[in-house]
Design a protein around this ligand. Sequence first.
Ligand code: ADP
Length: 472
Amino acid sequence: MGTWRTLSLRTKLTFWYVSLMAIVLTTSAAIAHMYLSRSLRRAVDASLSEQVQLIEARLRALEHGREFPEPRSERFTIAPAFVELITPKGEIADVAAASENERVPIHPETLERVRGSRVPIGEDARTRDGRAMRVVTWRALDARGDVAYFIRAGYVIEDIRRAERKLLGTLLVTTALALIVASLGGLFLTTRALRLVDRLTRAARAITARNLKERVEVPPSRDELARLADTFNQMIARLDEAFERERRFTDDASHELRTPLAILRSELEIALRRERPAEEYRQVLQRCLDEVLRLSHLTDDLLLLSRSESGRLVLNLAPLSLDAICHDILEQMRPIAATRHLDLTLQESEEPLRVRGDPQRLRQLFLNLLDNALKFTPPGGRVTLRMSRSEMHARVEVEDTGCGISPEDLPHIFERFYRRPSGETAGAGLGLAISRWIVQAHRGRIWVESEPGRGSRFIVELPLAEMAEEGQ
Ligand code: ADP
């Protein structure tokens, strides 16, 4: 079995195909052979039977002193090699034979069988010189109904045997030829069918992280192989995408980390260049601390994004009140709004908004949005947090009267590391990417409407708790 497993699919398929073919062909050859020999023997038996029955009729006529019946054969008649009259004891009473060689011994069992039979019995036998013979035995009854004589007629059937052998030979040769053709054909067909599989195998072997742009050719048919090739290509495409994302992420992340590190380094280098008063050191340390805080914030964000993208970040979902979270955040942001001279207001919905969510992540989401709104709105402006509910969703809008977002920036602001090129406000461009991930992880939607110079409105829709539970 070990070696069977190592065989190629092509060999195995061909093997099964040829085996099946061999079974079918030999069975039909056997049937053809059997049919031929049966029908030939039946013809011989019919003729011999007719002759022994005629003799029987004559014997009966003799006994009753009637006329001999005339033979009235419509079938072909063969000349028997011998005709015998046998006593009930099994001894030969009379014989007409062309040659002594064309005689066969008497079997008592056959005579017994004939006694009970209603028709003559035909059997295969061998002559003294070894030739094949067909012998038909019948009986003639006396007035009391006992066997008066057994009558036997034999016919040499070497011709039939020859015909049988010839047929057998022909069948063997044609079967063998058919099997050879079948195995070649099978091999050809499976090779053709499996060529694509081979190509896929080679392509899969050749593919490394560096040539993920390559694809295998998809055959124009819509069969299993085409689907296999298609699926394979899709898998490579997904791998390609994943690799690309990974690479971009690493690039972006190292780029982001470089700037704060460079600032830290130059601050420290300049400070160390000469002796300075304590106050100056304190200022340098303060700036360095700010930079370190920014760095640690950034690495937290990066870690979060990377985990979320690889699916390793799990949400701790629980039913919660969105109103409470928004209240909390608003209170938290109020001092910042006040220092920037911004008017921060909350418009609550009439009904309570309950969703299934991760409280920590939802806080992070609304903090990001509010933080941006406060950041991009000049003093004197207004920031509104508006809550409402539709049939299925809780809706939270963060609206500002700030600088707005240009139509060119609009499609990109949710991308990682995207920030307005001229943006003077410090930020790594991760906030909205994280916000979008949080919303999507809650099976919600986030989008933005904005008019440059007039302000922006970020809209978040989250499924209400009943809905979220139904969907689970
Ligand atoms: P950052 O950390 O730089 O704020 P975000 O992902 O939060 O990164 O935002 C990406 C960019 O989207 C910002 O740099 C800014 O250009 C734009 N943006 C976000 N929120 C607002 C807003 N409320 N008003 C105007 N522009 C905004």
